[in-house]
Design a protein around this ligand. Structure first.
Ligand code: BEZ
Length: 211
């Protein structure tokens, strides 16, 4: 088992995918990435998830994020199943799906949780920054499909806070006020956040989201 943590370098790997063979780091280039696993092809929740992911590709593209999916099924199975996804979800799968038959990637990323299922990958999500560091990890059971609005929301937060001394509060979404990092001194706030700020408590200082 290889437990990855936030801040670790996302392990590089070579993979066979529905869009050809690739090396993960090369494929990412200088973009952000979402690597997400699903338990198996030809299963109902996975079918809705991959169809939904395809519909969100425009949102990920706008944010300079590449998506890549994975299960431990083979390439021929993925390619046939994509036809069903396209038909039933009224979309075109427009990102690669890794055929991880030897479980190389699943094991590198600890995507098989034996107490949940010792053969299939759980619904893992790894968001990777342009520096190839892991910025966010999520784990869902097979029974719960993911919320792609939430993935877009966390990417907005990760990208905003990566470049500014800000954090985002509970239920934050793009456009809402942000929290000024505790490391910012009061005397530096005006220069750093020209839209102004509100001090609710000395440790709770809010500012409008920067442009
Ligand atoms: C599904 O995608 O529907 C699913 C996959 C594995 C187990 C249970 C549900």
């Amino acid at each position: 088992m290889n437990s990855l943590r936030l801040g670790d370098t996302a392990p590089d790997f070579k993979a066979v995918t529905t869009e050809g063979d690739l090396s993960f780091h090369n494929w990412l280039g200088d973009q952000w990435g979402v690597l997400f696993s699903h338990p198996a092809d030809y299963t109902p929740v996975c079918t809705t998830e991959l169809g939904t992911a395809a519909k969100y590709k425009g949102e990920f593209d706008k944010r300079n994020v590449k998506m890549i999916a994975l299960s431990v099924d083979g390439l021929a199975s993925h390619k046939e199943w994509i036809k069903d996804i396209n038909e039933t979800q009224h979309t075109e799968v427009n990102f690669p799906i890794i055929a991880d038959e030897d479980r190389n990637v699943a094991e590198l990323y600890d995507m098989i949780h034996p107490e949940a299922d010792n053969k299939l990958t759980i619904r893992s999500v790894f968001i990777v920054g342009p520096d190839k560091k892991i910025k966010l990890i999520l784990s869902y059971p097979a029974s719960t499909g993911r919320n792609f609005d939430e993935l877009v929301r966390v990417i907005d937060s990760l990208q905003l806070t990566a470049y500014r001394k800000l954090a985002t509060p509970a239920n934050w979404k793009h456009g809402d006020d942000c929290v000024i990092s505790p490391s910012v001194k009061n005397e530096d706030i005006a220069a750093m956040f020209p839209k102004g700020h509100t001090e609710i408590k000395p440790y709770l200082r809010m500012t409008p989201m920067p442009d």
